[in-house]
Design a protein around this ligand. Structure first.
Ligand SMILES: [Zn+2]
Length: 293
């Protein structure tokens, strides 16, 4: 991926107007259609307002309408800066750090923090090829054993396509009736697909679902046996846990899925040609405005 630095950011977005102009181009890539003139017309910026007006009539549009920026009193530049900060670090950034870096109030930083994570939540196409499946426990105070004693912890199921995309999903438990439907939904049943898991009994029926299935025996201290390992998904877990412990300290179960989405987003876009920041800005139209706190 091309690196996009704060220098690039300051050069591309020196002013509030530059941010609005980009937003207009993202939302109306082939020009603004005027319903009154019934064609695409040039729309000029109205001074001191976040709106553009048709060159022939009084039709106006606001590029922020229907986005996370709608009716926000925070400058677009602060928003863009927050989005930039949230996708330039591998382990993420906390709302507190966001407040410090952008100079907004904590309440605003918290809002930008949550909204930007929502932008990072995307649907991943079904995984195929060599796919590692594993679960982990996140949060809570006690170190818990699998399936038992994991009090206050949330179970997260992970599926990672080697050299490809990842999925991480909060699940209620590690029972077969929970994990198997997830596999069926998120992993393509193709000839070349092989599912790798450890020896958790819940995965016993994976082959019966129509997948090639290879098991790594962790209890026999067998961590890598040929291509049968779950090291890729385990490194995703350590990345997420490092982020949550080190940056965010702890995460309420209520927000955990959204945190997972942000880590997975960064993971899935790690090799993109387009800088992650610009990719994320391109998604602003996909998310409806949220209710203001
Ligand atoms: Zn018009």
């Amino acid at each position: 991926m091309k690196t996009y630095t704060i220098k690039d950011f300051n050069k591309q977005f020196p002013t509030e107007d530059a941010c609005l102009e980009l937003l207009k181009n993202i939302r109306f890539p082939s020009g603004i259609y005027c319903p009154k003139c019934q064609k695409i017309t040039t729309h000029y910026r109205i001074v001191n307002r976040k709106t553009y007006c048709c060159e022939f009539c009084n039709h106006t549009v606001s590029p922020t309408a229907g986005t996370i920026f709608h009716k926000s009193k925070t400058s677009l530049r602060s928003w863009f800066h927050a989005i930039f900060l949230m996708c330039t670090t591998k382990t993420g950034i906390s709302a507190k750090q966001l407040q410090r870096e952008t100079g907004v109030t904590y309440k605003t930083a918290w809002r930008m923090f949550n909204q930007t994570r929502k932008l990072m939540s995307e649907n991943v196409n079904p995984l195929s090829g060599q796919v590692e499946v594993d679960e982990t426990y996140i949060g809570g105070k006690r170190r818990g054993k699998r399936g038992r004693g994991a009090l206050g912890k949330t179970v997260v199921m992970g599926m990672v396509e080697r050299k490809g995309n990842a999925i991480a999903q909060v699940v209620p438990n590690v029972r077969a009736m929970t994990l198997l439907p997830m596999i069926e939904r998120r992993i393509a049943r193709e000839n070349k697909t092989i599912v790798f898991t450890d020896e958790l009994p819940s995965y016993n029926q994976v082959e019966r679902l129509g997948y090639a299935h290879q098991i790594v025996q962790h209890s026999a201290k067998q961590y890598v046996s040929g291509i049968a390992h779950v090291n890729t998904v385990e490194s995703l877990w350590s990345n997420i846990k490092r982020g949550i412990d080190g940056v965010n300290h702890s995460v309420s179960p209520l927000y955990l899925q959204s945190y997972l989405d942000s880590y997975v987003y960064r993971y899935n876009h790690r090799k993109d040609e387009t800088p992650m920041f610009l990719n994320l800005l391109g998604r602003v139209s996909t998310l409806k405005q949220a209710v203001r706190p």
